[in-house]
Design a protein around this ligand. Structure first.
Ligand code: SF4
Ligand code: SF4
Length: 169
């Protein structure tokens, strides 16, 4: 798959943000059935166009939220205690979520791959959260509207979701 030009996706997201955010706000209020099914179909199309290994922008510019279980698992991998690991790499944000102190993520390798892939935080494993039971809630919480500027896959997801839903009206 071709190299991703993250700057171009970001420019496109900023150009279309107003229109796409309006669509997502309306989708959050809609009573339309079968949204998750549409999201599952659109998700498959997104990954034909976007490859995360050519991008890694989430790992470079955002932070995952860690659960305590994540911290225990990753700390144990490095033979560190919870507190040692926490003190070295983590902090609480304004929502009291456990997050990285700095970006890019300390576990991102020079080759754009995660060096702790098999034991990465669950939030990383599930990102960008396209297929989930609480899909509608995520739409209402602006998860996709907020992420589309940072994540090329999310921009393509929202664009394709809009196309699919408008074609079905
Ligand atoms: S999830 Fe999004 S930001 Fe992260 S690597 Fe994939 S396309 Fe890039
Ligand atoms: S733990 Fe791995 S997947 Fe998660 S942000 Fe860091 S480098 Fe990316």
């Amino acid at each position: 798959m071709a190299e991703i030009n993250v700057k171009n996706y970001r420019r496109r997201a900023l150009r279309k943000k107003k229109d796409l955010s309006k669509f997502m706000r309306e989708l959050g209020k809609s009573t339309k059935k079968g949204l998750l099914k549409t999201a599952i179909e659109v998700d498959k199309e997104v990954w034909k166009e976007v490859s995360c290994t050519n991008c890694a922008n989430c790992c470079k510019t955002m932070t995952p939220t860690y659960t305590k279980k994540d911290v225990n698992r990753i700390a144990a991998h490095f033979k560190m205690s919870y507190d040692e690991f926490y003190k070295k790499w983590l902090k609480k944000d304004s929502n009291k979520d456990i997050v990285n102190k700095t970006t890019p993520c300390q576990f991102l390798g020079k080759d754009n791959l995660c060096t702790i892939y098999a034991i990465r935080p669950v939030d990383c494993a599930e990102f960008p959260h396209f297929v989930r039971k609480d899909f509608k809630y995520q739409v209402q919480e602006k998860t996709y509207s907020n992420n589309m500027v940072h994540c090329p896959a999310t921009l393509v997801f929202v664009e394709k979701l809009k196309e699919a839903i408008e074609a079905d009206l």
